[in-house]
Design a protein around this ligand. Sequence first.
Ligand SMILES: Nc1ncnc2c1ncn2[C@@H]1O[C@H](COP(=O)(O)OP(=O)(O)OP(=O)(O)O)[C@@H](O)[C@H]1O
Ligand SMILES: C[C@@](O)(CCOP(=O)(O)OP(=O)(O)O)CC(=O)O
Length: 421
Amino acid sequence: MADESQKWVLMVTAQTPTNIAVIKYWGKRDENLILAINDSISVTLDPAHLCTTTTVAVSPAFNQDRMWLNGKEISLSGGRYQNCLREIRARANDVEDEKKGIKITKKDWENLHVHVASYNNFPTAAGLASSAAGFACLVYSLAKLMNVQEDNGRLSAIARQGSGSACRSLYGGFVKWVMGKEENGSDSIAVPLVDEKHWDELVIIIAVVCSRQKETSSTSVMRETVETSALIEHRAKEVVPKRIIQMEEAIQKCDFATFTHLTCADSNQFHAACLDTSPPIFYMNDTSHRIISCVEKWNRSEGTPQVAYTFDAGPNAVLIARNRTSAALLLQRLLFHFPPNSETDLNSYVIGDKSLIEDIGIQDIKDIEALPPPPEIKDKVPAQKYKGEISYFICTRPGRGPVLISDDNQALLHPDTGLPK
Ligand SMILES: Nc1ncnc2c1ncn2[C@@H]1O[C@H](COP(=O)(O)OP(=O)(O)OP(=O)(O)O)[C@@H](O)[C@H]1O
Ligand SMILES: C[C@@](O)(CCOP(=O)(O)OP(=O)(O)O)CC(=O)O
């Protein structure tokens, strides 16, 4: 039995990736359990460049559940946090740490409180799926702390109740969220399709577009789409089921042409459904449209697709290049059309895997100014440049699923107090 006079703190730290859907989830059949109206498929992004780190701690000295996100205390009273905490607690088991002399029984967990500290190594609520990495990491780390004996598939059904897209962050590589049929959501889980090594040629460039913080959450717009759009019903019933089968096959075969066709079409249909919503929602902006046109033009001129694009509920472009050579040529085109503002330095303009910028021989901003126009637009003078429209680029690749971090120095909570470091 946990003794309240003892001041021990037991902690676990985990790291979880974010993900980007190539067949989109949009629309719920159950708002509380977060059950989707169609299956979706995503690629997990390398946590080296985009990830959440979460430390969870338990101690008899804690008198309430508390959470700090990026160093600031936030409330855990929201339904989504409460649902995740309740579901994990209900599955807790005995925990023993002989070295520290700690023994927690299954029953003790009902009365013990937790502290959570989480850090996103990329902007929160900026359309980069922080909620996906965040809820996946919360559920994964709590499950490890409480010795929950369930596989990542079952944990994904709990993360799903924090944010739908979070269920897909429980695995690396390509992941399918099966919408399921059960009313209680027990079969609405993430399933790994292939791991991150299966298609390791792919390179991903995210163009973070300058814009104000988004005004409308995915959650509420999604509801309005289901209530008002005729297109979304057709999409969920007729279009997505076929695309899921084709996409799974394209991924298995590393068939980039089919992959690109499906990814771009699905992103465009998701945004069409947003436009078909009353009132209509415009997530992409002029910069997003310019990126699409640049990629479409290039793909057409090459004859075979070099890059797939996809946009979530915001203007940022996620560009998936067939290999490193195409990624370097893509980056050249992006830098040509979207040079940075004069006060921006190259080091903060292209982040993540910086080796790509070395590949194209760019050492400073002057080299960007000297880039020639892409050949496919040669005859159309003058080539357009849109200085300062992009905040920065993140170069990354498909990545692995959640991991535990055993190095205590990386924990976000103090081992003696359980408070943020
Ligand atoms: N590390 C985290 N741990 C727990 N919850 C998080 C974490 N990061 C973000 N969240 C939750 O997700 C919310 C942000 O989700 P939101 O959907 O608005 O943005 P996003 O996920 O960054 O963008 P998008 O869903 O458009 O890709 C935060 O307000 C917070 O509740
Ligand atoms: C456009 C999307 O990114 C929508 C993601 O929506 P969320 O998972 O953020 O929504 P909630 O379930 O309400 O939390 C497409 C996708 O990731 O599949």
